[in-house]
Design a protein around this ligand. Structure first.
Ligand code: AMP
Ligand code: MG
Length: 420
């Protein structure tokens, strides 16, 4: 007798196996383009960036106060120095200083060469041009050294880094105004299914609205992607084949939803096998088991399931890492946190589940997670309420109230962690 469960288990790939196969199949794009720094946010650097200057450019004050030479200090005694000028941010003091003299200085202003220390203005007494320094005045305080942030020639951003807002600030601080980045990845996507109806017309019996293309357009909203919406295709192998062959000519990746399972109207796997190559098509996750990966000539292909929640889960865990590699960055793993679960969660062993949850943070810092509602792979309403996935490993057979679970924060959700 054939053990169907055992034979299905053999066919299923884990996420790690799937990602390893994707990683060895995908070469990052090699073409590059030059962008102005202000357009660099989210792009992937194609080359390392080195500092053009010392940053700070010159020694300057970290405080509003008075700059003086530490050679004037007498240990444990107050001292009086004569103020001979002012060093403003952007307008350094131009004169020179003798022993017994100091200058008024403001944050960011260059220290005169004869000085090496700054005292905060709150700590001195001002009597006309005499500045009385307290006995506990320290030498060499509140001075920022030239190059203490980055030295000229230092690596400031490594190649293949995805540029963040902080990086934009850092790169500007060292005088970089243009970046060489990897070119945008060209992605085409479409929905399949005879039941799909366009928005803007009333539904007739048997039809549903096509939510997946809208969901995908949101998931694919990234400055590194140039996307083409190919619309809705019928469950028709010839139409699917024509579309795949045409789109493969001028895209790096095609994503379809629906028709990836084993029903009589599910043609994606067969069509892909005819016009390209299928690498695998079942992954041990829920939702999202039926998933095809392969290629048509030089174009990669993901055939995602039809159910919208399965589209979201497989995109975020399988397609997004593949896109990271295609864009030139390293594949990243979602950060998992521990939380105490306050719902009973049903599960059968066999697949890793991504149940939808709402995580909040108690006053003591502990994370508490509750199920966001119905867990069917078609249930978008409870997924919309969720701010995290509750990740239940393959062997888990359910969760009781109070058990610790792993969670992953869902990207692209409006509600982040809620505090109470
Ligand atoms: P399939 O994998 O094509 O058998 O689809 C699985 C389930 O997902 C079915 O209930 C489909 O009606 C539904 N589905 C497929 N494509 C979409 C779509 N674009 N939007 C919403 N639901 C879909
Ligand atoms: Mg279908």
């Amino acid at each position: 007798m054939i053990d169907e469960c055992a034979s299905e288990k053999k066919q299923l790939s884990s996420i790690a196996e799937a990602l390893a196969r994707i990683s060895s199949a995908i070469e990052p794009v090699t073409e590059t383009e030059r962008v102005e720094l202000k357009h660099g946010l989210g792009r992937v650097l194609a080359e390392p960036v080195y500092s053009a200057i010392n940053s700070p450019f010159e020694r300057n004050s970290a405080m509003d106060g008075y700059a003086f030479s530490s050679t004037d200090l007498i240990p444990d005694q107050t001292m009086s120095l004569t103020q001979v000028g002012i060093s403003w941010a952007g307008q350094p003091y131009q004169g020179s200083l003798q022993s017994g003299q100091c200058v008024r200085i403001f944050t960011g202003a260059v220290l005169p060469v004869e000085t090496d220390s700054v005292v905060m203005q709150e700590q001195v007494q001002v009597k006309a041009s005499s500045i009385i320094f307290p006995a506990q005045t320290q030498a060499k305080q509140h001075v920022r050294a030239a190059g203490e942030d980055s030295k000229q020639g230092d690596l400031v951003c490594a190649a293949f880094k995805k540029i963040t807002a902080i990086d934009l600030g850092l790169l500007a601080s060292v005088g970089i105004d243009r970046l060489i980045v990897t070119r945008k990845v060209k992605i085409a996507y479409f929905s399949t299914g005879n039941e799909l109806s366009a928005l803007g017309q009333p539904l007739v019996s048997g039809k549903i609205y096509d939510s997946n293309r809208y969901l995908l357009s949101g998931l694919l909203s990234d400055v590194c992607y140039q996307v083409t919406d190919l619309g809705v295709l019928a469950d028709d192998p010839l139409q699917l084949e024509d579309c795949l062959l045409a789109a493969a000519k001028n895209h790096d990746l095609i994503i379809s939803t629906g028709g990836a399972s084993v029903g009589d109207a599910d043609y994606i796997k067969d069509v892909l096998a005819r016009c390209g190559k299928v690498d695998f098509w079942k992954i041990a996750i829920k939702p999202g088991k039926p998933l095809a990966f392969g290629n048509i000539n030089d174009c990669h292909f993901f055939g995602l399931p039809g159910n919208p929640v399965a589209v979201a889960v497989t995109f975020q865990h399988i397609v997004a890492p593949a896109l990271e590699q295609l864009c030139g960055t390293a594949m990243s793993q979602p950060l998992q946190l521990l939380a105490r679960c306050t719902s009973v969660l049903k599960k059968s062993p066999g697949r890793q589940e991504y149940q939808r949850g709402i995580v909040s943070q108690a006053n003591n810092g502990d994370l508490v997670v509750v199920s966001s509602g119905q867990q069917g792979s078609n249930i978008l309403s409870a997924t919309s309420l969720a701010n995290c996935y509750i990740v239940l490993p393959i062997e888990c057979s359910g969760i009781q109230v109070g058990e610790q679970v792993r969670i992953e924060l869902i990207k692209n959700v409006a509600s982040s962690v809620i505090s109470y």
